[in-house]
Design a protein around this ligand. Structure first.
Ligand SMILES: *Cc1c(COP(=O)(O)O)cnc(C)c1O
Ligand code: SF4
Length: 356
């Protein structure tokens, strides 16, 4: 997570929500419960390097320096999709801190989206007319080095009962809001108990039609998509949309495909958003393969975000001209529905801004 001290994991002590236990048969806690995988994520530079068989003398100093600014967090199922010994692995690049993070570059700031100015009430960000972001938890399952929220003051967004009431009142009073987006952090890092409560709160507001969830968890820890998650999702009257966040086709492995299929079976519409990142996906072939792989897995490409100039991540920056050329290259070779919208979020605009 963004905080340096490990955030409390609400769900850690709950059973994984599988079949009820019988008295006679001792069924051990499954090793692969998502709570356990979340809690045992790699969080130390030397641990990550050892796991990937990368020499400490080349990588440790940079990793330590970046880690001091925004801590490392990578869950094991995501590490398993990386190629050991390859420092340029596109999945590793997203999570390995480099010395470049300590450099300052002009125009790269701590709050590039000016979200601080859009807080409607504690925990609720409202920038666009019909939809509001609910910051369910500040915790993430993975810390992405390029994250535009790497400096976000999450500590200010821990929600208590008064905040919940305020949020409910704000949403109830505003008929324009018909969609609420669970965001964070990663909202699916919260317990299903908490998520089901929020969902119920929204269901009780008649003008809310859609629940959208923006999460990386079903990809980085596919075990997150368990029967307990599917139970409250399927039970909700709201239309459900899950926007996953995948930047490279190698992120989609078999367990992830299976998790996505379970979500689709529960009536969830699946979309993907990516960030265009230097050294990860800034070439047309990779982006085309990403769209094809997503569609194979039942996911529609939605947004391709132009890079947000967040301090400490300028080494991922791709120029707008290059980004536009890449998307034109996709248009040449893909059906229109597999070309994501290239957008940027600009403070003060009424929607995301298309670049093409
Ligand atoms: C991106 C975003 C949304 C969702 O925008 P869509 O274009 O509907 O996907 C809503 N609120 C905020 C603050 C956002 O940044
Ligand atoms: S990009 Fe998403 S999952 Fe990654 S650190 Fe940022 S909020 Fe968390």
């Amino acid at each position: 997570m963004i905080q340096r001290t490990p955030a409390r994991i609400e769900a850690r002590n709950e059973p994984a929500g599988h079949a009820p236990r019988t008295a006679r048969l001792h069924i051990p806690e499954p090793d692969a419960s998502w709570q356990r995988l979340l809690a045992s994520a790699v969080t130390r530079p030397e641990q990550l390097l050892a796991r990937l068989k990368l020499p400490a003398d080349a990588w440790l100093a940079g990793a330590e320096a970046g880690h001091g600014l925004f801590s490392i967090r990578v869950p094991e199922p995501f590490i398993q999709r990386m190629e050991p010994g390859n420092p340029n692995d596109p999945l590793l690049r997203q999570v390995l801190p480099l010395a470049e993070e300590t450099a300052r570059a002009p125009g790269f700031v701590t709050d590039p989206l000016a979200e601080d100015g859009a807080v409607a009430t504690t925990g609720l960000i409202r920038k666009y007319r019909s939809r509001a972001l609910l910051m369910v938890t500040g915790q993430c399952a993975i810390n992405c080095r390029y994250c535009f929220r790497r400096h976000f003051p999450y500590a200010d967004h821990r929600l208590g009962p008064d905040d919940r009431r305020q949020i409910a009142d704000t949403l109830t009073a505003d008929q324009d809001i018909n969609e609420v987006i669970f965001s964070g952090g990663d909202p699916l890092a919260a317990s299903d108990k908490l998520l089901a409560q929020w969902s119920q709160l929204l269901e009780d507001i008649p003008h809310i039609r859609r629940l959208r969830i923006h999460s990386r968890l079903p990809v980085v820890i596919p075990q997150r998509v368990d029967s307990s998650l599917l139970a409250w999702l399927s039970a909700s009257r709201l239309q459900k949309i899950l926007v996953i966040h995948v930047n490279h086709p190698a992120e989609i492995d078999e367990p992830t495909r299976a998790a996505l299929a379970r979500l689709r079976g529960a009536g969830v519409t699946l979309l993907n958003q990516s960030v265009i990142l230097q050294g990860v996906n800034d070439d047309t072939d990779t982006l085309i393969e990403l769209s094809e792989t997503l569609f194979d897995a039942g996911v529609m490409p939605y947004y391709l975000h132009a890079f947000d100039p967040v301090q400490g991540a300028h080494h991922f920056d791709v120029s707008d001209d290059h980004a536009k050329a890449l998307v034109r290259g996709m248009m040449d070779r893909l059906p229109g529905f597999l070309v994501p919208r290239l957008v940027r979020e600009l403070p003060g605009e009424t929607s995301k801004t298309p670049l093409l």
